[in-house]
Design a protein around this ligand. Structure first.
Ligand code: SAM
Length: 220
């Protein structure tokens, strides 16, 4: 399966890291919930590392889900659920108590209120020791640091031969933000996780795409 998303020079490495985090830490036959699963590219990569996981993919795009259903037919305990993350009550998951919830390049499609609601809902779907892994762009917030970000984008382009989504100026970056291009601020993510009793940490960051992990703290 080829990656349906081609515009990210660091995506292959970060998806390998993301799937390795799951493959290395999830117990036998662990349950995985993927929010915004698309056509199942993450499952394709994860399946190469672990075949025993029970996966539920959620996406609002019926065409993508149909492709995933066809691709993973006979793969075992896989479920593909049509659902809109902006209408969480209507999402009919086959189980609760997921060991892992993962979401990749989907949160920037949600506004901040929706992002927080999805985090709150997802925390309620996690097993006691469940982990949430969120990979997405983080919002650039400091105009004064923008030249350093531009230098990062430039280097990525030099190293990989093609660039990341960027902007020439901080003002242009802010103008480009839209309802379907609304990366969350790191501070907000940390506050949203904390508000539902999860501790969080940025596990990997490249360019401005982060993998953040969140879970309940070890009981004192
Ligand atoms: C950029 S794609 C990423 C797909 C996959 N996670 C990957 O990394 O290959 C974003 C996905 O999120 C889904 N999505 C966006 N907003 C959504 C929403 N409100 N509810 C459910 N899915 C949504 C889109 O349909 C799309 O499949």
């Amino acid at each position: 399966m080829n990656d349906p998303i081609q515009r990210h020079p660091t995506r292959a490495e970060q998806l390998d890291i993301l799937t390795s985090l799951i493959a290395e830490t999830a117990g036998p036959s662990a349950t995985v919930l993927d929010l915004g699963c698309g056509t199942g590219y993450l499952q394709h990569l994860l399946g190469a590392k672990r075949q025993d996981l029970a996966v539920t993919g959620v996406d609002m795009n019926e065409i993508s889900l149909a492709a995933a259903t066809k691709r993973f037919e006979g793969w075992g305990d896989y479920h593909w659920v049509q659902g809109d993350l902006r209408a969480l009550d209507a999402i009919d998951l086959p189980r609760q108590d997921y060991a892992v919830a993962v979401t990749c390049l989907t949160f920037h499609d949600l506004n901040d209120t929706e992002k927080q609601a999805v985090i709150t809902w997802t925390a309620s779907q996690l097993a006691e020791d469940g982990v949430l892994l969120l990979m997405d762009r983080i919002r650039l917030t400091e105009a004064a640091l923008f030249p350093l970000q531009v230098a990062l984008w430039k280097r990525l382009e030099q190293v990989h031969g093609f660039g990341m989504r960027g902007a020439a100026t901080f003002d242009a970056y802010e103008v480009d933000l839209a309802s379907n291009n609304s990366p969350g601020r790191l501070d907000d993510y940390q506050a949203w996780f904390k508000a539902v009793g999860l501790v969080s940490q940025v596990l990997h960051l490249h360019g401005n795409i982060m993998i953040i992990g969140a879970t309940r703290p070890v009981a004192a």
